[in-house]
Write a new protein. Structure first.
Length: 190
């Protein structure tokens, strides 16, 4: 991954292009969130390969994964809330409908809605579960890896830096706990 660039990765470039539409909403967190979304997309590819999937069918080349990666947490910034699944879902559905991709709405919606599910959301190769695992790896800074070698996640983090994403998550969580102590993590599901 030492030669990796976002521009050389069509899926990553597509995520970055989508997120350009929300530059103002993302503000100083633009690089942090864009890089997180790209890491999640790349982690889908790495898990797919690790589980024996074909290099010719990488998830990062598929529209549903690109859109889910771009929108999965975006509601944090557009709706200014840590209860961000509903606004993230609305944004992704509108995006797909406006582009004539309504057939992808059910799958992308499930990928986003279940990405913080605490239990498996299907077989390890299902799009929903693959996406859930990829996000969990990045959100946990690689503490949770679902069998992915530590060195692969480390190489990805070097290629696509954190840019303050995890610091921002911690700040948002602390704010949420102070404001809603009985509901600190509304995005989590069983």
């Amino acid at each position: 991954m030492s030669d990796y660039t976002i521009e050389s990765d069509p899926g990553a470039a597509a995520v970055a292009k989508i997120l350009e539409h929300w530059t103002t909403d993302l503000g100083s967190d633009r690089a942090a969130y864009t890089n997180h979304a790209i890491r999640v997309l790349r982690l889908c590819d790495l898990l797919h390969l690790h589980y024996g999937g074909s290099a010719d069918e990488l998830p990062g080349t598929r529209e549903e994964f690109v859109v889910a990666a771009a929108f999965h947490d975006l509601g944090v910034w557009t709706a200014h809330t840590f209860d961000y699944l509903p606004p993230s879902l609305d944004l992704s559905r509108t995006w797909l409908a406006d582009r004539g991709e309504s057939a992808l709405i059910p799958l992308v919606s499930a990928m986003i809605d279940d990405h913080h599910k605490l239990r498996p959301a299907g077989s390890r190769m299902s799009p929903i579960e693959l996406f859930r695992r990829a996000d969990a790896i990045d959100a946990s800074l690689g503490v949770v890896r679902f069998g992915l070698p530590r060195r692969e996640y480390g190489a990805l983090r070097r290629a696509v830096p954190d840019a303050g994403f995890h610091k921002r998550l911690a700040q948002l969580f602390v704010t949420r706990v102070r404001q809603h102590p009985l509901s600190p993590a509304p995005m989590l599901k069983w």
